[in-house]
Design a protein around this ligand. Structure first.
Ligand SMILES: Cc1cc2nc3c(=O)[nH]c(=O)nc-3n(C[C@H](O)[C@H](O)[C@H](O)COP(=O)(O)OP(=O)(O)OC[C@H]3O[C@@H](n4cnc5c(N)ncnc54)[C@H](O)[C@@H]3O)c2cc1C
Length: 401
């Protein structure tokens, strides 16, 4: 609040000692994860002069630390419709952006496994809804059918699964780099290692950003800072209801490619897949994990995840582990994103993607560019509005862990 009032007085001034006035752009973006980079690309494509600020390196936050699963399989209308768009875009994104490095798009399939009648009933409901909205390929499998798509799986105790062969994997780093580099090629400024430290205000509007390398005046500011959006919101007196939560993943040495899709077990929250380079990625959502954004990893996770996954995939016994890492979920009260305008004119949010936001980069980057341009978004995302928390109008995504 103090910062807001301080910056609200007079014209924004540059404090970097460059000797010049303030830098100028149309839209300033905070955060170089998939949402910041995709938003920058889509705005630049519309002809906006964009400046993106990432305090560390591109993809250093949740995006680069994700399991990079991509899927049609969601349980709410808005996510199913956005997912249809994302999955279509992923098929040709590398070619469409003319990107010289592989995005590793790999439609190796995605299984959601149920061990109880209630889990199976929810998966059946989700699949029926996906099909009703026009998703092709989503279906419910019996244990015998699960064995056909994932022959190495121990199906003991499984009642069924939902499945879509077109779902799978993308490389989260090259996805972010591809959007950032393509935005740059269209004229966007990409400032790495440049933390935003405040929002410039003018006449009650967000009018730019204050960074460690100077001030940038802008007509609009878009905050794509993941769990750190809470801090950015505070500068403006906004209460962004995000709770960070650590999640850990590990990766094995590469082994011969075997037929194995992304597999997620609803009984204990473990998931694993074989990546295109032959490594296996193992994850597990520990409900007791600390609610912060620290990046430290634990032995407990190593023990827990390997015990769980090996019980379901014994063929992985003896495989060597290479590394382990931690990333933050940015959980909201209903595990749905916060997208759109805020009570501060000129200030937009695109954050709160909880544990499933990497794959929404393509669709929601486009939507942010439409919202900033004052256009009607191609898919209605008003249910993601910031005010829903105050209004008590939460809507829960059932297909997330
Ligand atoms: C272990 C794990 C597994 C996951 N698995 C999946 C999955 O399989 N599929 C999926 O779709 N999603 C998955 N997710 C979720 C996904 O990673 C996130 O929802 C998504 O990447 C969020 O992207 P973002 O751009 O909103 O945020 P981030 O990628 O977190 O980017 C925010 C950026 O803002 C920067 N920043 C913060 N403050 C400032 C500041 N003041 N100035 C400048 N920059 C700042 C940060 O450094 C960061 O780079 C997973 C996440 C984790 C942690």
């Amino acid at each position: 609040m103090e910062r807001r009032e301080m910056k609200a007085q007079g014209a924004p001034q540059c404090c970097c000692g460059c000797g010049g006035g303030v830098h100028k752009c149309d839209v300033a973006i905070i955060g170089g994860g998939v949402h910041g980079c995709s938003t920058a690309y889509h705005l630049a494509k519309k002809g906006y002069k964009v400046a993106l600020f990432e305090r560390d390196y591109i993809s250093s936050g949740g995006s680069g630390r994700s399991a990079a699963g991509i899927r049609h399989q969601f349980g709410t209308e808005v996510n199913i419709r956005l997912a249809q768009y994302n999955m279509q875009v992923f098929k040709t994104l590398e070619k469409d952006l003319n990107y010289p490095v592989s995005l590793e798009y790999d439609p190796a399939g995605y299984l959601w496994i149920a061990y109880s009648e209630s889990q199976l009933a929810q998966l059946e409901k989700n699949v029926a809804f996906q099909n009703e909205l026009g998703t092709t390929g989503s279906k419910v499998l019996t244990p015998a059918q699960i064995k056909e798509v994932a022959p190495h799986l121990n199906v003991e105790g499984m009642l069924g699964a939902s499945w879509n062969q077109e779902d799978g994997h993308i490389n989260p780093h090259t996805l972010c780099f591809a959007y950032a580099d393509s935005a740059k090629a269209l004229g966007a400024e990409i400032h790495k290692h440049t933390p935003v430290t405040g929002i410039l205000m003018k006449g009650g509007r967000a009018a730019g950003v204050h960074t460690t390398k100077g001030d940038w005046e802008a007509d609009s500011v878009v905050c794509c800072a993941g769990p750190w959006s809470v801090e950015v919101g505070k500068w403006l007196g906004l209460d962004v209801p995000i709770t960070p939560e650590r999640h850990q993943i590990l990766i094995t040495e590469a082994v011969e490619r075997m037929k194995h899709p992304m597999t997620l077990c609803l009984d204990d929250g473990s998931y694993w897949k074989q990546c295109p380079n032959g490594t296996f990625m193992l994850g597990w959502g520990n409900p007791e994990e600390k609610k912060d954004t620290e990046y430290t990893s634990s032995w407990d996770f190593l023990d827990e995840v390997t015990t769980r996954v090996l019980a379901k995939m014994p063929v992985l016994g003896g495989i060597r582990l290479v590394r382990q890492w931690t990333g933050p979920y940015d959980n909201t009260p209903d595990f749905q994103a916060i997208v759109g305008a805020t009570p501060v004119p000129g200030f937009f949010l695109n954050c709160g993607w909880s544990g499933h936001g990497l794959q929404f980069g393509p669709s929601v980057g486009r939507i942010l560019s439409e919202l900033v341009a004052g256009e009607k978004p191609y898919i209605d995302v008003s249910m993601f509005r910031y005010s829903r928390f105050e209004e008590g109008d939460l809507f829960f995504e059932t297909a997330c862990i």
